[in-house]
Design a protein around this ligand. Sequence first.
Ligand code: SF4
Ligand code: SF4
Length: 333
Amino acid sequence: MRVHNLLSMVLTKDSFTWRVLESVYSVKYLTDYWQHYRPKAATTREIYLEFVSYCNLRCQLCSLDHLKPKVRMSIETLDRIFNQIFNDRRFRKVQIIHLHNAGEVLLHPEFKDMVSCIAVHKEKFKKAGYRFPELALLTNASVLKPELSDFIIHSGVFNYIRFSMDGGTPENFEKIRTRAKWNDFYYNVRYFLCRKKELKSKIHAGFISMVEAGKKLNTSWMHKEFIELYKLADSYELRHPHNWGGEVDLKDGRDLNKKYKIGCSMLMKQLVFLPNGDVTMCCSDLNSKGVIGNILEKGLFEIYSSYKRLNAIEHLFKNQKDQIDLCKNCPTY
Ligand code: SF4
Ligand code: SF4
C-alpha cells in the first residue's frame, strides 16, 4: 500500500499532521515546477485513457454528467496517442497508463481490439528498447463476466486491475452505487480473483473503497463478503468521499483555500485523453472543464505546453487556485 494511501486512512484531513504533510508535499510541486521549464523535459508521469464517456451506474457521489454525448475512443485515436508517446522522447518517463477516467471502460464494444492495439504498441516499445509504462484498469465490474476475466488475465498487458467496491456492506454498496447489484459484483470479482490465483497471474488486483464520512476507515465493521474479497486481493484502499474537483458538494466544510500548500502534483503529473481526442489536465475533471487541446489536431508536446495549462501551473505556483475554473473548488486531496 502506498504511504500516501496509508496515511489518508489513519489521519483526518483537517488534522494538524495532515496539513503539515500537505505543506511538505509542496516541495514535490516546486521540484516539478523547476523541471517543467527545463528544455526537453516533460513532467508527465501518468496518462489516463478514457475509452468511453458513459457509464451504466449512477453512483451517488460521482460528478459524471450522464446527459453529455456518448462517445467511444476509436482504435485510430488510441493508435495516434501511443505513436505520439513513442515518438517523443520527452514522454519516455511516463510510468503508468490508466484505462479509466469518467465512464466504465469495459462498456467499450471493441474493448478486446483496443487491448490488442495496446499489446502491439507494447511490443513495439520493447523492440526499440524503451520501457513501456505499466498498465492499470479500474472497473465497476458490472459486466466483468468470466470470459472477459479470462481475456484480461491472458492478455499479458495489464499490471494492475482495481475494482470500485464502496460502502462496506451489500446494502450500502447498492445505495451508494445506484443501479449496481451486489451479488453480480461479488460473483464477477470473486471469479476474477480466484482465477488469477489459479493461473498464478502476476496482475496486481486491488480495491478502491469509498465509505461514508461517519464510518471508520478500517474493515472491523464490514460485511463478511467484503472482507472475503479484500483477503483474496493484493491490496485495498479505503477512502472517505472526495468532491471531484469541486463538482460534488459534500457539505463537509473542508478548507479549500490552503495557504500553507503550494501547487497540485496532479496538474504536473497527469494528462487525460478523452474519447474524442480532447486532452484534459487532471483525472478529477470528469466533464471536460480543463481541456487544453485535441490529439487529433495537435502534437502531444504542443498540448502539454498549451497556454491554458501553463497558466494553471503559474496560478497554482502563486497560490491563486481561485483563478482557475477547474481547480477553484477542489480540495486537492
Ligand atoms: S463512480 Fe464510476 S462507476 Fe460510478 S457512475 Fe461514476 S464512472 Fe460510473
Ligand atoms: S487542484 Fe484539483 S482540479 Fe486542479 S489539477 Fe489539482 S486535483 Fe485537479
